[in-house]
Design a protein around this ligand. Sequence first.
Ligand code: GAL
Length: 392
Amino acid sequence: MKAGFRGVLVAGVAAACAAGCSFNKGADTAMSGAGEPSVVVKPFGKTKGGQLVHQYTLTGAGGVVMDVIDYGGKVVRLFTPDRAGKLEDITLGFNDVAGYETHDKYFGSLIGRYGNRIANGRFTLDGTTYTLPINNTPGDLPCSLHGGNTGFDAVVWHSEPLSEGKSVGVKLTMTSPDGDQGYPGKLDVTVCYWLTPDNVWRIEYEAVTDKATPVNLTQHLYFNFKGEAEGTILDHELTLFADSMTPVTKGLIPTGKTAPVKGTPFDFTTPWIIGARINTDNEQLRFGGGYDHNWVLNSQSGKLAPAAALYEKTTGRFMEVWTTEPAIQFYCGNFLTDKVPGKRGKNLCHRGGLALETQHSPDSPNLPAFPSTILRPGAVYKTVTEYRFGAK
Ligand code: GAL
């Protein structure tokens, strides 16, 4: 890496740097985006295996700025304005690759092949039983979490800048070989992150396979609208466009049933402060150590529809989550601790961030009543999720 490297502006000056345009990731030619949307690429560091990781800084025409790395497609920082226009990084992350490797590889990350848990690390498909790595044991019950030991979060993806009209982004591609983490089929995956002039972070997921395989891709960014390490998210106000959820066992595996949320602490069909009912005497909250559940979205159309809304009253920041997916995992950071250092020298805390992961239900390959997650050769896995930022 060159000393004094500041990055190279790859979109924003050349207005139409389309997907796939070539550019020199090593050149020392940083320029200012000056109000125009831009993508600036620079080295972020190296994995412990020695792979170079690039950082893409996306500056949106609407003011939102995000830093994305091609290691796991992680969002390292995401700055949004509060109601006074002050930008703040509202995500949890680390300043270097070692932070992710040491403390938590899921922060801000793409998750695959299978977001969330598969019971006992096992499923049967077309008569064959597949065994996955066991890497998680909530309630002392074994499961395979987030794609196994080396999920898509731990891979350096091929990356290139995107620019179209006033939107900028990064395109991430990778191939997961047949048998990767026990899953059948070679899976070719493309994920595009876009930042639009309306302050929308749009994620387009695509995958194709050469053998039938489960696919359930998601994004695991933690938000805290007051800023990183600025306390818990219990004071944030959440809406979930979901009349039912999928109750879990003590192993955080759905039982296979859906339950109406009405009259329970899981009813976020109108805005609720997250902390208001979190200590209710409720078996599901005990199993999750708080909220760590999958809600069945009211829209099952496969079309982009509202899934969640989040608001924090002191800063005025809000966000809407829209998705084509049928479900959303709301996880309020119950496993987070104050042993983990943040990006700005302060330690995080229990429930210091929350994730809203659009997806299919956990363990769907073993639960035939749930919408299928099986991708077959010839079909294209395609989902879209948008995080729309604002302040009021
Ligand atoms: C979430 C999951 C949590 C926890 C977290 C990673 O998606 O719901 O239970 O495993 O990922 O720390």
